[in-house]
Design a protein around this ligand. Structure first.
Ligand code: MSP
Length: 671
């Protein structure tokens, strides 16, 4: 039986991500948010457990595995390991990583099915419907030939014998539950969406397949396998004990964090499954919005994904965390932009928090030998000191409230408002002038105490979002505890002890050159999307800069990429043609990139290529080159590139253009 715990528990989850590909920053966003909540809740005195994991079954994984020449299990092992590694490297790994291929999960699914069945909520039936294989869902409103409204792909007509979950009978029970638990679905807009869906009536739900092999077999019911939602959702429970959940005392989940496209599964199916099995229901489902790129949802199929590794390799994880939480209003969609990412970094982290820390610590070092001065008396009302202290005290309560409501952008906006107020206070008080006059010594001490105490409070408040940077500042402020162990409810002005020895200030967020930073990230991303080990054209227009190793498969779905042989039909998918360079110009702010207009026979294409360090624009005009013509368009430094120029990679990484010894007509295909 469960052991009583000293602190209240808080169990939160991210979605379990599909293993048919690797994370882009949309997935990373969900996992970062969960980690921020975990850290915040710990600072409110909760014993927090966070689960993330991998949703491994289904047609998409089976297909990707086939493409890679691997069994679904082998393929999924490789991808799941990479997801886990990425979360580890970014320091956002869950406390539990549940895989739907885990034995503990299989056991839980069978057990839950049996409970639902024993309670009379499972029946056999046959179903014909339009099915979207990509989204693993029937499209109820679609007819034959219709496209899936979510992803735009054609639906397929499917008839098969299934086990059904009797969802139809749960309409009123769910509506009653929502009414009794008004905070169950957040935000409000999603709650309304779910309510009207359920009010519209529910149909029984097919929960097994006989056409799919890659799934959990229904015990004693071959060839039925469980499919998708009566599999993945149960992972949240499998992760914390499954049938023996009461031993760990973590169930029910306090918060399921999901993207808005899967709210229905979490807010309708999942509580119904649990009701049918007589199990406790989660306390809250929070659906966040989407990260958009070029105004569209980022997704692999649209070819507009941004991968997290290049950003993290160049800037570190903390600027990305800060940017995503500050820039996106939680619950709404938000656009991702490299430009805004680096601007936020320079504006808020380098010039804001970083600068406040370094100027405060440097002055304490210089004027007080690195010892926090006495606050002394004189906190008379109306002085800047009392103003700053009062401001901080009030802001503190509001900021905790924002975090509590998951209003991260407001929490950070107010925290940075506090930074600005302390900065202004320093600027007005001019400690560097006070330091010249011995009679102002006491005032100087008061000013620097106030600055340091303000910095301490800000540091604690920013900790959930910037765990590592704030720990460094905390230590530099001479604090021996961990900033993460601060209880936010007890954080108050005046707790910084005068006499504390501080550490030497060292830069936390050095300023970054925007153009160079973006160029480095994009170069890495290009390389990751086209790993050098790929055949022929893949190395082409990759800008030469590669500053750190990226796992070969990080950008592609195939763990065996580069080693697996491909068939001629795969090679035939790459269309290469002879092109003639009509013009070449440098791309502003990017010293490696050239913007080319290339005649490929029936049209002139704009292509951005990483050739500028080796080729002058005038050397290229009039030259015949090999162009990969059927690549997804991409933007490099904001300039659209419609194809790729093929080049060899010299030992130092610089590109050497492929060409012809004999004359060839422009537009001729390479085979
Ligand atoms: N496997 C299901 C979830 C099962 S949960 C029991 C699934 N997986 S997924 O790999 O497609 O991940 C979806 C989740 O990733 C979204 O719900 C969201 O949390 C995150 N995101 C994926 N793309 C996103 C954006 N473009 N923007 C923000 N988050 C996005 O669905």
């Amino acid at each position: 039986m469960s052991t009583p715990r000293a602190k209240p528990k808080f169990y939160l989850t991210t979605p379990l991500y599909y293993t048919n590909g690797l994370p882009h920053i949309g997935h990373t966003y969900s996992t970062i948010v969960a980690d921020v909540i975990r850290r915040f809740k710990r600072m409110r005195g909760f014993d927090v457990t966070m689960t993330t994991g991998a949703d491994e079954h289904g047609v998409n994984v089976e297909r990707s595995a086939k493409k890679a020449g691997l069994s679904p299990q082998e393929f999924s092992n490789g991808i799941a390991a990479q997801w886990k590694q990425i979360w580890d490297d970014f320091h956002i790994a869950g406390d539990e990583f549940i895989r739907t291929t885990d034995e503990r999960h299989h056991r839980t699914v069978q057990w839950l099915f049996q409970r639902c069945r024993d309670n009379g909520y499972i029946e056999k039936g046959s179903y014909t419907g339009q099915y979207c294989i990509y989204d693993n869902a029937y499209v109820v409103e679609a007819g034959p030939g219709d496209l899936c409204p979510d992803c735009g792909r054609p639906t397929e007509t499917v008839t098969e014998e299934n086990y059904f979950f009797k969802l139809a009978g749960f309409q009123q029970k769910l509506l009653d539950f929502y009414a009794a638990n008004p905070d169950f679905i957040q935000p409000e807009s999603r709650r309304n969406e779910v309510l009207s869906f359920v009010q519209g009536g529910l149909r029984n739900l097919s929960i097994t397949r006989t056409t799919i092999r890659w799934g959990i077999p229904v015990a004693g019911e071959a060839p039925h396998v469980f499919y998708v939602w009566f599999d993945a959702l149960i992972g949240y429970l499998s992760a914390v004990g499954g049938p023996e959940f009461d031993q760990r005392n973590l169930w029910p989940a306090d918060l399921h964090l999901v993207g808005k496209e899967i709210i229905r599964f979490h807010a309708v199916y999942w509580p119904a499954f649990l009701m049918a099995a007589d199990l406790p229901l989660p306390r809250q489902i929070w659906a966040h919005g989407w990260l958009l790129f070029d105004s569209e949802k980022m997704s692999k199929s649209r070819g507009n994904v941004v991968r997290p590794r290049p950003i993290v390799n160049v800037m570190g994880i903390e600027p990305l965390r800060y940017y995503l939480l500050r820039e996106i209003v939680f619950g709404q969609d938000g656009s991702f932009s490299y430009d805004a990412l680096v601007s936020r970094y320079n504006g808020d982290l380098a010039n804001g928090l970083g600068n406040l820390a370094s100027r405060t610590l440097t002055m304490i070092e210089r004027y007080f030998g690195g010892i926090i001065p006495e606050a002394s008396s004189g906190h008379a009302k109306g002085t800047y000191v009392s103003g700053t202290a009062d401001f901080a005290t009030e802001a503190l309560t509001r900021i905790i409230g924002h975090y509590d409501r998951l209003a991260f952008s407001s929490a950070l906006e107010e925290t940075w408002g506090l930074i600005a107020a302390i900065d202004k206070y320093i600027t007005v008080e001019k400690p560097w002038t006070l330091a010249d006059k011995p009679e102002d010594r006491e005032r100087l001490g008061r000013v620097l105490y106030t600055a340091a105490e303000g910095l301490r409070i800000v540091t604690a408040l920013a900790h959930p979002v910037l765990p590592e940077a704030t720990q460094k500042i905390w230590r530099q402020l001479g604090q021996t505890s961990l900033v993460g162990s601060v209880n936010l409810d007890q954080l108050a002005w005046g707790q910084l002890a005068p006499g504390t020895k501080i550490e030497k200030s060292e830069g936390i967020f050095p300023r970054l050159d925007k153009a160079q930073t973006i160029e480095r990230i994009e170069a890495m991303e290009q390389e990751q999307n086209n790993p050098p080990a790929q055949p022929a054209a893949a190395t082409a227009a990759t800008p030469a800069a590669t500053t750190s190793a990226i796992p070969a498969a990080a950008g592609s779905a195939a763990p065996a990429a580069g080693t697996a042989k491909i068939g001629i039909e795969d090679f035939a998918k790459v269309e290469m043609r002879v092109g003639l360079v009509k013009s070449a110009d440098r791309v502003a702010g990017a010293d490696k990139l050239l913007q080319l207009q290339v005649d490929i026979g029936d049209e002139v294409r704009q292509i951005v290529a990483g050739l500028a360090l080796v080729y002058k624009p005038e050397q290229l005009v009039g030259r015949k080159v090999v162009v990969v013509t059927n690549l997804q368009p991409r933007k490099l430094r904001g300039v659209e590139s419609n194809g790729m120029i093929v080049a060899a990679s010299a030992p130092d990484g610089s590109p050497v253009l492929a060409g012809f010894l004999e004359d060839v007509p422009v537009g001729a295909r390479l085979k």
